[in-house]
Design a protein around this ligand. Structure first.
Ligand code: FES
Length: 376
């Protein structure tokens, strides 16, 4: 693994970043795919992306392409998109609806639970166990209305790894429960192709040292962000709206209908949680914004961002554009900064990395987690 040494020690107020190679080396990315994305709980889609029995969607997790589908009992299933006969992709369209999954090569056919149900001459091969030769299933959890998968044979504890991140940020999972995210509906979804390594996007999300420079609208709504301290550094604390701000919107005007069960200390505040390796959750009084990242190479990442509102807001077609506009601008500003940082990661000047100021010191824990995962 690449760890370049600094020529001289950093001053006490600075901590080192990862070295540039972590963001540019295809070998590091390959290791991350195998040791992080394929071994973590990875959030792939929202349940409403596959609402009906037989609906499926293809997703990429690490090096693996997966079929995520809904069976006749409306339960979510996930499989490797690899035919058990001679390996052809069983599904070749990104999404669709199937009564069963039939491979286009020799017509091996699997039901919606992955069991092998038909194949030419199958009755003449009575020793073939139809479950053993079914599509290989993957561990699935549903949480917050989203589908989380883990391709590892023995997945880590969801409670420790995923819910643990919520506890680490909010102090308790119950604080997130107040937002009833699983009952909210997607009011808007925007996808972003970002030409930057996924870790730059996470690091950017974790700190607010950049907020005063690149987020004029956000710091207008949350003035304390202009001081550079991210709310993520204080357990349980949300960042407060400015005195004259009515809602989390691009111009500070009132938002839509407030979520009914949020606690008094969640009103007029913004909370953010990073769930490694691919999810950001942002909570404000009337909506929740969820980012899912899909790292596609050492220098590119696809980010899908959902704005979730109460069902009555979406059903009534209430205007949510000012709410969407605020975080869409934040996203574009952040991703632009990440894209302008990515090329310099390959510079010889960044071979030993850069520095984290005190407002960014907590990012060192992310780097420590990454190094430990890669050394595992
Ligand atoms: Fe799928 Fe032969 S490879 S049926």
């Amino acid at each position: 693994m690449i760890i370049e040494q600094l020529d001289k020690p950093l001053p006490g107020s600075l901590l080192p970043t990862l070295s540039g190679g972590y963001y540019t080396d295809p070998g590091v990315f390959a290791a991350e795919q195998e040791l992080i994305f394929e071994r973590s709980w990875f959030c792939v889609l929202h349940g409403s992306d596959i609402p009906n029995p037989g609906d499926y969607k293809l997703v990429q997790v690490g090096r693996e392409q997966l079929i995520v589908s809904r069976n006749r009992k409306r339960e979510i299933r996930a499989f490797f998109n690899v035919c058990r006969h001679r390996g052809m992709r069983v599904c070749t369209e990104d999404s669709g609806n199937r009564r069963s999954f039939q491979c286009g090569y020799h017509a091996w056919t699997y039901d919606l639970d992955g069991t092998l149900i038909a194949a030419p001459n199958l009755t003449k091969m009575p020793d073939i166990d139809r479950d053993d030769y079914g599509l290989q299933r993957i561990h699935v959890r549903e949480w917050l209305g989203y589908v989380w998968v883990c391709t590892a044979e023995d997945p880590p504890s969801f409670e420790e790894r995923v819910l643990g991140e919520v506890v680490g940020r909010l102090g308790q999972v119950e604080s997130l429960d107040h937002y009833q995210v699983e009952n909210l509906r997607i009011g808007r979804r925007i996808g972003y192709e970002v030409k930057a390594n996924w870790k730059l996007i996470i690091e950017n999300f974790m700190e607010c040292y950049h907020c005063a420079t690149i987020h004029p609208e956000l710091t207008e709504v949350i003035p304390e962000f202009a001081e550079g301290w991210a709310a993520q550094t204080n357990v349980g604390r949300g960042a407060e709206f400015g005195d004259d701000i009515e809602g989390f919107t691009v111009d500070g005007s009132a938002g839509v209908i407030e979520l009914p069960l949020i606690a008094p200390d969640q009103e007029r505040r913004y909370f953010a949680i990073t769930i490694r390796p691919n999810v950001f959750i942002n909570m404000v009084p009337d909506h929740v914004i969820i980012h899912r990242m899909f790292p596609t190479s050492e220098s590119s990442t696809y980010v899908e961002c959902d704005w979730l509102f109460l069902p009555e807001v979406v059903d009534a077609g209430l205007d949510v554009s000012k709410s969407v506009q605020l975080f869409d601008r934040v996203n574009l500003q952040d991703f632009d900064a990440c894209e302008k940082t990515q090329p310099a990661m390959a510079s010889r000047l960044y071979r030993a990395g850069g520095a984290l100021v005190p407002a960014e010191h907590h990012i060192a824990f992310f780097h420590e987690w990454l190094r430990e995962a890669l050394e595992a």
